[in-house]
Design a protein. Structure first.
Length: 150
């Protein structure tokens, strides 16, 4: 799995002119699934996101996690995180999982986030054309890939 994690003041997902998910201060997580992902990848990624110390403490140092600051998470499926541009300018998405694999894997990832965060995690709509609006806070943007486990 791959994820782009953005610290936000607020974020929302709009589908067909309707807000389907929104949060206040917290993390926007754009997540992509590969066909090789296993349960261990999903669980590692969820724990990593929930424990990332990217929120300021009283001294203004990024030293607190999302749980410590009481923030929210908005999760959005994004297969384009597996884009490859090795062969020209038109990206290939062949490294992304097919929708019939990715949809249940993404749903399981959201359940893992909810378990680790201890509250509901709003999402976009899998496979829909979505508009994602956010106010990035910092900006703080982190790239995570379960293949690298950094």
């Amino acid at each position: 799995m791959r994820a782009v994690v953005q610290r936000v003041r607020e974020a929302r997902v709009i589908v067909d002119a309707r807000i389907v998910g929104s949060i206040g201060p917290g993390l926007l997580v754009l997540a992509g699934v590969s066909p090789a992902d296993a349960d261990a990848d999903r669980d590692w990624l969820s724990r990593k996101i929930v424990t990332l110390r990217i929120f300021d403490d009283d001294a203004g140092v990024m030293n607190r996690s999302i749980t410590e600051v009481g923030g929210e998470i908005l999760a959005v499926s994004q297969f384009t995180l597996y884009a490859s541009t090795r062969k020209g300018a038109r990206p290939s998405y062949s490294a992304a999982a097919a929708p019939e694999v990715a949809a249940p894997a993404f749903a399981a990832f959201v359940r893992a986030l909810e378990r680790d965060l201890g509250r509901a995690v709003p999402t976009g709509v899998f496979g829909a054309h979505m508009q994602v609006a956010l106010i990035n806070d910092g900006p703080v943007t982190i790239w995570l890939d379960t293949a690298a486990r950094e």
